[in-house]
Structure formats: structure tokens, C-alpha cells
Design a protein around this ligand. Structure first.
Ligand SMILES: *Cc1c(COP(=O)(O)O)cnc(C)c1O
Length: 381
């Protein structure tokens, strides 16, 4: 299914002349990847009929659930993650939000949940970002991380799909995902615990996949590693991915990444890096990548919305440590990172038509109907 990725400009009429450049009062220099609560969240519900209606922005805060909600008892839930960047001219950019919408729909099908339409998802993301725009970091300081959730919130007791669902979006300003920043991360290859199994749910962003990786991740961090790299659970020989990002290797200028086959999360950054690499003239292979090839690679890097592109400094496999870079990026990763981030931040011409732009210039009239937001009672900082 192909979606038209049209560049979209929403002109945002701000009644007070410099409202569009108002920023929340936080330390923009020190952003990491922790939750900073913002003003608004978006909530839309769906009953047994499968239709989501009446989505609304409301003040960010706790939600109330039945103790017997499907999501709490049986893990019927999905999440998504994407980012909004502020450009130097004040405009706001979203990167391929239709892809997240589509991935949520695919995941919902696997988890027996109804899901919002692509249009509902994208409009809800835009509304949430615009309502919280004072939390979008200044250009170059970070981004606004957008977290859509789809939850089985109806009460169940016997095992069955929940009778009611909630689609919710909250946001948080973020900086770097790994505490290393763009310094290389150090991975340990896990050969006993597995993230995903054939026929399981590793290929969708269901919440249950993530509690299962905490044990190996926590053990790795205690030993000084940044994260864990998983192998396939059948032959324990082929690379799958890291806890929450995809993996690439570079050998003799050929860029390779494990093929998607149900046990690997189809990352939008992964897909975009493949397209950027082809565009830059690299040979790209999606195939099985054996752990031996990893140990013999020239460069290794990870991709994901949160990390964007993260260079891998070393990999440790059964006690053997291989080092790729001491600091910074390898040459290929650097080129791909620059090309992708320039697109995401609106610094280069978007020939791929991947970005959705929201104008936030002063004095221009708004073209699309933005849900009117209720006034914020207290500012959260
Ligand atoms: C979200 C996620 C990724 C990265 O996907 P992006 O769309 O690039 O953010 C990779 N692996 C896992 C397990 C994930 O949950």
C-alpha cells in the first residue's frame, strides 16, 4: 500500500504576535531522554463497533482504568514513537508520520485491536504537537518525542479482546537517547535470552515485547555495556536487533541489515536509512547477517527514532570484544546520519517528500482546522 507523502504546510495563526516563539521555561541545553510532562495529551476512544470518534486534547495527567482493563491483565497494547523538529525559521517538521500510523494498524491487527485510520492518527499527532509547541526544543537542541498508545481499556475477566479501546498521544521534549550522546555505544551479544520468536509478536510494537528485554538489558548495563544485541532464537547465529533499535553493518562499503521476517521490528529509520544509502550510491543488502560477519565488519551502527543513528564502538560476543571506532562515527555511518538528519531537521531539500511541515510563522492565517485547545491551568515545568 502506497501513501502519498505530501509536504503539508499548516499555517498557524497565532493571535498574539510572538506566541509561536514562546518556549517553556526549562533547561534546553541539558535534555536527555527522560519524561518531561507537557501541557496537553490527546485521547480518543472506541467502543465495540471499532470506530474511533470524538478525539480531544485534554490537560496532560493521569488516566483512570478499571483494574480489569485488558491492557493491565493481558497486555493488549501497542505504542509508537516519532519526533517533531523545530526549524530555524520556526516551522515545525514531522517525519513520515503516515508510516507510524500504518505500523500501528498492522500491530493492531496482530493484537486483535481496532485502530484509528491513517488520517485520524496523523491529524491527532499534528494537533498534539501544535498544542504543545512551546515544548518543542529550539533548532539544534533536540526534538519533541511523540508517543502514541493504543490500549485495551475495557474491562475483561476471561481471556478475550477488550470491549473498549483508547488511543492516546503524549509528548516530551528530548535530547540524546544514550547517555553517550553521539559517542559510540558498546553492545553485548545475548545468546541465551531472546527478544522474539517466529510466529510471535517481535515484528509489532506491542508493549509486552519490552518488559521481556529488561532483564538482559539491565544485566548488560551493570557490566558497563550500553545495550544488548539479540540473535535469532532458532540457530542462535544470525543478528536480529538491539532492544529498541535496528542494526546495520558496513563491509567494503556494502551496507547490510537483517531482513524483516516477523522477528524484527520494521523500523522507519531503518527503512529511511536504506533509501538514503541507495540514494547516496551505496550497495544495500537486506538478508541474514551472521554474527561472524558482525565481528568482521568495518563499521556497525544502530537506527531508531529515539537514537536516529548511533555508532557502535564495540561488540562483545562470548567474551570476545571487537572494536570498530574509538569515538564519533565511521565514515559511512557519518554520511548516512548527516543525510538523514538534514532531511528530518529541514536543512536540505526534501526530495523524498518525507517531511510534513507545520508553518508557525507569525501573522499568517491557519489553513487547516486545529482543534481548539482548552486553556492550561497551571504550567508544568
Ligand atoms: C521502535 C523500534 C525500532 C525502531 O523503529 P523506528 O521506526 O526506526 O523508530 C527498532 N526496534 C524495536 C524493537 C523497536 O521497538
Amino acid at each position: 500500500m502506497v501513501f502519498e507523502l505530501m509536504r503539508l504546510v499548516i499555517k498557524d495563526a497565532s493571535p498574539s504576535s510572538n506566541e509561536s516563539f514562546e518556549l517553556a521555561d526549562i533547561d534546553w541545553e541539558g535534555l536527555g531522554f527522560g519524561l518531561i510532562p507537557t501541557d496537553y495529551m490527546y485521547v480518543m476512544k472506541c467502543d465495540g463497533s471499532g470506530n474511533f470518534t470524538n478525539g480531544k486534547l485534554q490537560q496532560f495527567g493521569n488516566i483512570e482504568l478499571s483494574p480489569s482493563a485488558g491492557v493491565l491483565n493481558y497486555g493488549q497494547g501497542l505504542f509508537e514513537g516519532l519526533k517533531a523538529y523545530r526549524k530555524h525559521d520556526g516551522n515545525i517538521l514531522l517525519f513520515r508520520p503516515e508510516e507510524n500510523a500504518l505500523r500501528m494498524r498492522n500491530g493492531a491487527e496482530r493484537m486483535c485491536m481496532p485502530s484509528p485510520s491513517i488520517e485520524q492518527f496523523v491529524e491527532a499527532v499534528k494537533d498534539t504537537v501544535l498544542a504543545n509547541k512551546r515544548w518543542i526544543p529550539p533548532a539544534g537542541k533536540g526534538s519533541l518525542y511523540i508517543r502514541p498508545l493504543l490500549l485495551g481499556t475495557g474491562a475483561v475477566l476471561g481471556l478475550a479482546p477488550a470491549p473498549e479501546y483508547t488511543f492516546l498521544i503524549y509528548v516530551s521534549p528530548v535530547g540524546n537517547y544514550f547517555k553517550e550522546g553521539v559517542a559510540p555505544i558498546h553492545l553485548i551479544v545475548e545468546h541465551e535470552l531472546h527478544r522474539a520468536t517466529p510466529g510471535g509478536t517481535g515484528g509489532v510494537k506491542t508493549i509486552g515485547n519490552y518488559a521481556a528485554v529488561l532483564k538482559a538489558q539491565t544485566a548488560a548495563k551493570v557490566r558497563g555495556y550500553s545495550d544488548v544485541l539479540y540473535l535469532d532464537c532458532v540457530e542462535k547465529k544470525y543478528l536480529e536487533e538491539v532492544s529498541s533499535c535496528n542494526i546495520f553493518i558496513v563491509k567494503d562499503n556494502v551496507v547490510s541489515t537483517p531482513a524483516i521476517k516477523g522477528t524484527i521490528l520494521p523500523g522507519i529509520t531503518r527503512k529511511s536509512i536504506i533509501e538514503v544509502a541507495l540514494n547516496e550510491g551505496f550497495q544495500v543488502e537486506e538478508r541474514q547477517v551472521a554474527v561472524d560477519e558482525l565481528l568482521d565488519a568495518d563499521e556497525v551502527f544502530c537506527t531508531g527514532t529515539a537514537v536516529v543513528v548511533s555508532p557502535v564502538g564495540s561488540v562483545t560476543y562470548r567474551g570476545k570484544r571487537v572494536t570498530y571506532v574509538e569515538d564519533g562515527f565511521g565514515a559511512v555511518a557519518q554520511r548516512l546520519y548527516s543525510a538523514l538528519t538534514r532531511l528530518q531537521m529541514g536543512l536540505s531539500e526534501d526530495e523524498m517528500n518525507w517531511t510534513v511541515e507545520k508553518g508557525a510563522k507569525r501573522g499568517e492565517s491557519r489553513e487547516t482546522g486545529l482543534v481548539r485547545v482548552p486553556p492550561v491551568r497551571s504550567s508544568v515545568s
